[in-house]
Design a protein around this ligand. Sequence first.
Ligand SMILES: Nc1ncnc2c1ncn2[C@@H]1O[C@H](COP(=O)(O)OP(=O)(O)OP(=O)(O)O)[C@@H](O)[C@H]1O
Ligand SMILES: [Mg+2]
Length: 256
Amino acid sequence: MSTLKIENLHVSIENKEILKGVNLVVKSGEVHAIMGPNGTGKSTLASALMGHPKYEVTDGSAMLDDENLLELEVDERARAGLFLAMQYPQEVSGVTNSDFMRSALRAVRGEEIPLIEFIMQYEKNAQDLKMREDLPHRYLNEGFSGGERKRNEILQLKTLKPKFAILDEIDSGLDIDALRIVGENVSDMVSPDFGCILITHYQRILDYIKPTHVHIMIDGRIVLTGGEELIKKIDQNGYEWIKDELGIDFEDGSLE
Ligand SMILES: Nc1ncnc2c1ncn2[C@@H]1O[C@H](COP(=O)(O)OP(=O)(O)OP(=O)(O)O)[C@@H](O)[C@H]1O
Ligand SMILES: [Mg+2]
């Protein structure tokens, strides 16, 4: 059982403060959905936790058990057990999916994985995600459709088996069957050894991956936490009522 603990996290991009004190505790076995309007800092939280150099942490802490994530390099964070499925997965030409996956696995485990073992596991996961058969030989995400890219992120997740994953809009651009496939595959991973943060705009993916907690992020802070009932309320009413209820100033986003 592990714990990811984020306390009072402040993050700036190019000297502009985006995250203004985020607090969040995620334990293994839990699924935390983060919802919120565009541009409120959800992806910033994901990037900052993974150690993207552009995102400057100006205050606060992020611990994975007793490891201080903020002191670790990107690869060390992955080795500590953190995984990020990006909102916009990048193409990498010249590196095949299977080579990428095998070296990522080697880096995370700190040892070589026997080729046969790797191939069997990778192929099984690729089939679970209904990827094309030529996937291993294609370059990483090159020429992939939007849905293929998203499924490829989940394939990486299944292969790497991190302790915690941050899944940033894994549901965007998925057709209805792909949404189910992705949802079921992530849901199957939730166990006493795995927890996740699921950033999403839509209730639909949460039909497959049941959240234990639902958080609303507005203007760089988690302003409301609840259960599944919050999702329905957001779906029907949007976010303005939260701002009204909590007295959040529309102009500068500050709490009154
Ligand atoms: N690399 C960057 N360079 C400049 N500004 C950035 C960068 N990343 C984020 N921002 C800014 O930080 C703010 C928060 O962006 P972020 O991507 O975290 O929002 P989000 O909550 O994920 O939104 P969405 O729901 O649209 O994905 C935005 O104003 C955005 O323009
Ligand atoms: Mg985003």
